[in-house]
Design a binder for this molecule. Structure first.
Ligand code: SF4
Length: 92
């Protein structure tokens, strides 16, 4: 992925023709779900949505993997806990 176009050096239209960038732009949610069946059956999928592609790449080495950090945040109840803390803070 290090050979993505640099918009400081190339025009936008030319950059969009780059096959590596096209691959990234063409990734669909269905591509991710096909490779991560646990996400398709996950109770918090509507909220998590398989997470962030960059985080998936950094966390697992695979841009089509589920995002391991988002998974921990949602399944570990951290998002709910953060919300509870924020709401408690607002009520002070
Ligand atoms: S919480 Fe985990 S299993 Fe559920 S959708 Fe997110 S990444 Fe997938």
């Amino acid at each position: 992925m290090s050979e993505l176009p640099n918009l400081l050096e190339k025009g936008f239209a030319e950059a969009l023709m780059n096959p590596r960038l096209r691959y990234l732009l063409d990734i669909k949610k269905g591509d991710i779900l096909a490779r991560n069946p646990e996400c398709a059956n996950c109770q918090v999928f509507k909220d998590c949505g398989t997470g962030c592609r960059t985080s998936a790449l950094i966390g697992s080495g695979n841009i089509l993997a589920k995002d391991p950090i988002a998974c921990q945040l949602w399944k570990g109840g951290y998002k709910r806990r953060f919300m509870e803390i924020a709401l408690a803070w607002e009520r002070r």
